[in-house]
Design a protein around this ligand. Structure first.
Ligand SMILES: *[C@@H]1O[C@H](CO)[C@@H](O)[C@H](O)[C@H]1NC(C)=O
Length: 332
């Protein structure tokens, strides 16, 4: 009985949701997202500030300047304008819209207090999020007491920066390490330093993983990666495996050197051995093929008398197909 009911419920639910035009699951998920406390307060403040911008009055032409200023001045902190802002509050927010509305309702009185009494003397974010709700800290401060962040030397971010959370320690950018992000990670070297700034740049790809480097280019490597060899003049240079070992690939294959490695590719089917791709690169023709005008040519092609004398497919073509695999030694 239960087994029967489930599909019916699913069917009913599916039907009704289609009819009510429920917003897409991703959209409603965004809307109901719960942001961390400082972030949600900042989102609210941003929306409020947008409302203030939208209700700013443009320049009025002519008229009594003093009277205009008085009128606008009073409008600036008026209840009318506040209501106008509140009507559209949070509507443009995507992530955490629900939470933004909740915050607006819960702290309506605080916002009014700021609006009528503190608008000219303090910034809404500082007043509300840092001082009153104590969910944020000023920039460069973290944790419950808004302690000063570690100095990450511009190469990392302080954990908890601007919020009442985190531990104030540095989370370093790629390439940087150390408590204050003032040293280079392995496989990076110091490429610039003055009193205020230090930069790390990646080692050349030819440098061996655990050795790192002392500077740029293949000459900066302390060790070379597999497939590369140290030369006192040039630093790490690519080993040409194809030249060093002419038998590195199978018969019916040719070798292609790559940076740090090599590939073995199949010869044309007309070749028994070759130096490259195509019937004109054979070193020796396959059985059933003969060198004509620099190309190994199928003897059965366009010559009926040969076909009659038994020069039909001898199976070398099929063999070539079976062998149609190339061995590739990938970089580590
Ligand atoms: C903290 O955040 C502010 C504003 O986003 C930024 O300017 C500052 O560099 C940050 N400080 C640290 C140490 O991460």
């Amino acid at each position: 009985m239960l087994l029967l009911k489930i599909p019916i419920l699913l069917l009913l639910f599916g039907f009704s949701s289609a009819q009510l035009e429920i917003p897409s699951p991703e959209k409603s998920k965004e809307k109901s997202t719960n942001l961390p406390p400082c972030k949600s307060c900042s989102v609210f403040v941003e929306s409020f500030k947008k409302g203030m911008k939208d209700t700013e009055r443009g320049k009025h032409d002519g008229g009594d300047a003093a009277w205009e200023e008085k009128k606008l001045g009073s409008y600036k902190t008026s209840e009318v304008r506040l209501t106008e802002i509140q009507e559209n509050l949070c509507k443009e927010v995507k992530r955490g819209e629900d939470q933004c509305h909740t915050l607006a309702n819960e702290h309506e009185e605080l916002v009014e207090e700021w609006w009528f009494k503190n608008q000219d003397s303090s910034d809404l974010h500082t007043w509300l999020c840092i001082d009153k709700l104590t969910v944020c800290c000023p920039d460069g401060h973290f944790g419950p007491n808004c302690d000063t962040c570690s100095d990450c030397n511009g190469n990392g971010r302080c954990k908890g920066n601007g919020t009442r959370k985190g531990n104030g320690k540095c989370s370093c950018d790629d390439g940087y390490s150390g408590e204050f992000c003032n040293s280079c990670s392995i496989q990076y070297y110091e490429s610039f330093r003055d009193e205020t700034k230090m930069l790390c740049s990646p080692c050349h790809p030819a440098c061996g993983g655990d050795g790192g480097c002392t500077g740029s280019g293949p000459k900066g490597c302390r060790k070379c990666k597999e497939g590369w060899r140290m030369n006192p003049e040039y630093g790490c240079f690519d080993i040409n495996e194809c030249v060093e070992d002419s038998r590195i690939c199978k018969q019916k294959q040719f070798c292609v050197n790559k940076e740090g490695s090599y590939s073995c590719l199949d010869c044309d089917r007309s070749c028994e051995s070759c130096d490259g791709d195509g019937p004109d690169m054979c070193k020796k023709c396959s059985p059933g093929y003969e060198l004509r005008e620099g190309k190994c040519t199928d003897l059965t092609e366009g010559s009926g008398d040969l076909e009659a004398s038994g020069w039909t497919d001898d199976g070398s073509g099929a063999e070539a197909e079976l062998d149609h695999q190339s061995t590739i030694k990938e970089e580590l």
